[in-house]
Design a protein around this ligand. Structure first.
Ligand code: BDP
Length: 680
């Protein structure tokens, strides 16, 4: 196939003997109450048609068994009879219960809301698609994270910032698209893996996108309507200087009364057009974007002013913490970009309104292949926080290279911050349980565009799917998520299933091995960030340095002799990172400047590690292509080709990475590869 249906193909399951049972189900019982329930019923009916190959009937009352019953607890008699009260009580707002009656074999999907019902239907279809057992279903699911959000970095000219899969599906020629079908299909994909919020425009808001808030509101309302029918709330990224740009005011100072009034009016207009509007996403005082600093105000002043405007309508402000000085000098080692978010925000704990959420990137720098966890996560007990991931592969191969990111996200979520003693992992902070926050969750930058297969690289679909699944339940394993995705997308026949599973599970490690070593980051071409360039960012003012010279490499971020960044972590982590003896190898150069001959825990020296990983990485990239060749006979030509072409490019490009990095360090250090391999 061309990849458009992604994981919603509703193909017949290949493995397992139970799937045949599902062909009995071609009768849905539901009384549709609203548009979300309409979506649930439509989806179930389409899905059943695909999976069973039979036509499906929908009635309000059960006319034959076995059937699939859908309903809201307390509103549907059939559901209240099918699902006992204790089970029903365990289902929260967006959750659901699924139960098979052993006598009638009826499957009941019950929920407290239509959103829950929609998720329940997608879950049932996932089970059916994977050949699960229809006759024994008995489960309750509730999402772990309240906010499960997608950020589009789409511009109204149709381009997508850091987009690697074509143009925007939302905008073209400085207007909102008329192709609403595609947006509906996107909403289906998102809802099917549990996403419940989306910001449709780039965090870098240009003049034209500011007008989404004003003159484009009628079209925004149409998009909101589509997402609403899939239980997804729409947000807009706003420009902090809108009162000046759109309103002609002389200032955007958050304490100025006309500025406050401008935002109050803007909010009231948005809610008139979109009654369930989610709120604003804000990048302020970052990378040349306007913000409260211009007026000598802090970020709490800025965020609260917007929060006040949204409060009467239940809206929220999502305020990004990606704030740093992008004009830092590499010679000045007293400033450190890694420190910036914590230094700016930590002191403001307790001063944000309760409908403000701080959105914090997973690491302190910028979505590198490997970074420590941002020390700001969890460090503001009286402030709502959510984590921001990057699904789009800006620094992880730009959807030309395969890089399954779920294992990276899992490591971050499982990281123990020690903020409330041992056992305070990031996942418990961002789900709101550690500090009891009213708002919390996940956000991530989308990786889709108008390419037919959505993500350019077909295997990159696994990242979008995996992000949603992980936001729903961070306890799912990377293997489980990959397994679901492979089964739903390609089926679960061997050897195909096992080959793709191995490729995905090894891909992050492979990518890391031939790119910037040991957590030092960057070493990419400036601006577009694709491909190797060891000194591309070394002497420009972005705060992204590795300080390599003829003696050694790495950034001294210790408290004893470096930038003091390590002091932003709680005790045990601070100690672990402070000393090269306890710092994990994979982050050594993020925290320490060491000689090339420094021995790692692995027993290798830093320089030999660089050589070995780069030779191995390039070889392993080549083996990915060889592995893919073995699935050729098990899938159609187009699906095979799309991946094969990219893997060929990756294998070539990995060699370029290997040679650039190895040569650079060979020349700098003058130390030969102990295995005598050729370094160009
Ligand atoms: C960086 C991107 C840049 C974004 C920025 C952000 O290179 O395009 O605008 O992050 O997150 O990763 O605001």
């Amino acid at each position: 196939g061309n990849g458009y249906e992604a994981w919603l193909q509703y193909r017949r399951a290949d493995r397992g003997t139970n799937d045949e049972r599902f062909t009995e189900y071609h009768h849905i019982v539901a009384s549709v109450q609203d548009e979300v329930m309409r979506s649930a019923v439509d989806e179930l009916s389409d899905g059943l048609k695909g999976i069973t190959g039979r036509s499906v009937s929908i009635t309000e009352d059960a006319v034959s068994t076995p059937c699939i019953l859908l309903g809201i607890f307390g509103a549907s008699k059939a559901i209240d009879q099918a699902i006992d009260a204790d089970t029903a009580r365990a289902v929260k707002a967006e959750g659901f219960a699924i139960q098979t009656d052993s006598l009638t074999r009826n499957i009941a999907v019950g929920a407290a809301t239509s959103a829950g019902l929609l998720y329940g239907v997608f879950h049932l279809l996932r089970i059916m698609g994977a050949g699960g057992a229809a006759d024994r279903l008995s489960l309750v699911e509730n999402p772990v994270n309240p906010l499960r959000m997608i950020n589009q970095w789409d511009n109204m000219d149709g381009s997508v910032e850091r987009g690697y899969a074509g143009k925007s599906i939302f905008f073209e020629n400085n207007r909102i698209t008329g192709n609403l079908e595609r947006i509906k299909d996107y909403a289906r994909l998102l809802a099917s893996c549990g996403i419940n919020a989306i910001a449709i425009n780039n965090v870098n808001v240009h003049r034209v996108e500011s007008r989404l808030l004003t003159e484009f509101l009628p079209e925004v309302a149409k998009l909101a309507e589509i997402f609403r029918s899939y239980a997804i709330k729409l947000f807009l990224s706003i420009n902090y200087a809108s009162p000046m740009e759109l309103g002609g005011l002389p200032t955007a100072d958050p304490v100025a009364s006309d500025v406050r009034e401008w935002w109050r009016l803007a909010a009231s207009n948005v809610y008139a057009a979109v009654p369930d509007f989610g709120g604003f996403l804000v990048k302020a005082d970052s990378e040349h974007r306007p913000g409260p600093f211009t007026y000598g105000r802090d970020h709490a002043d800025g965020a609260n002013m917007l929060a006040e405007a949204l409060k009467p309508y239940g809206g929220i402000v999502i305020w990004r913490c990606f704030v740093y000085n992008c004009k830092q000098d590499w010679r000045d080692r007293t400033t450190d970009r890694a420190r910036a978010a914590y230094d700016h925000f930590r002191q403001l704990d307790g001063s944000f309104m309760d409908n403000v959420i701080l959105q914090i990137k997973n690491g302190p720098i910028d979505f590198q292949v490997r970074e420590p966890v941002s020390p700001l996560l969890g460090a503001m007990p009286r402030t709502n926080q959510m984590i921001e991931f990057q699904i789009t592969q800006e620094y992880t191969g730009q959807q030309r290279h395969v890089c399954y990111l779920v294992p990276q996200w899992k490591e971050i979520l499982d990281f123990d911050t020690h903020l409330q003693g041992m056992g305070t992992p990031v996942k418990r902070i961002v789900d709101g349980t550690v500090h009891g926050n009213p708002y919390s969750g996940f956000a991530a930058v989308s990786n889709i565009g108008d390419d037919t297969n959505w993500t350019g690289h077909p295997l990159a679909q696994a990242n979008l799917y995996g992000y949603g699944r992980l936001a729903w339940n961070p306890e799912l394993s990377s293997e489980e998520i990959a397994g679901e995705w492979i089964t739903l997308t390609y089926g679960n026949r061997e050897p195909l299933y096992g080959i793709i599973q191995d490729m995905l599970m090894s891909s992050w490690e492979i990518y890391e091995s031939y790119t910037a070593p040991l957590g030092v980051g960057f070493m990419v071409n400036p601006d577009h960030h694709y491909g190797p360039n060891v000194e591309g960012y070394e002497y420009s003012p972005w705060g992204t340095y590795h300080y390599a010279d003829c003696h050694g490499i790495g950034v001294d971020r210790t408290t004893a002799t470096g930038t003091g960044y390590t002091s932003q972590y709680a005790g045990p982590n601070r100690e672990m990172y402070e000393s090269p003896a306890t710092c994990p190898d994979e982050l050594l150069l993020f925290f320490h400047h060491v000689p090339y001959t420094h021995p790692l825990h692995s027993g290798k020296t830093v320089i030999q590690h660089i050589y070995d990983t780069h030779f191995e990485g390039a070889e392993r990239a080549e083996r990915l292509l060889a592995a893919w060749e073995r699935v050729k006979e098990h899938m159609d030509e187009e699906a095979f080709r799309q991946v094969a072409d990219r893997l060929a490019e990756q294998a070539e490009h990995a060699k370029e990475w290997r040679d650039r990095i190895n040569t650079y360090f060979f020349r700098k250090s003058g130390i030969a590869d102990e295995r005598g391999r050729t370094i160009y």
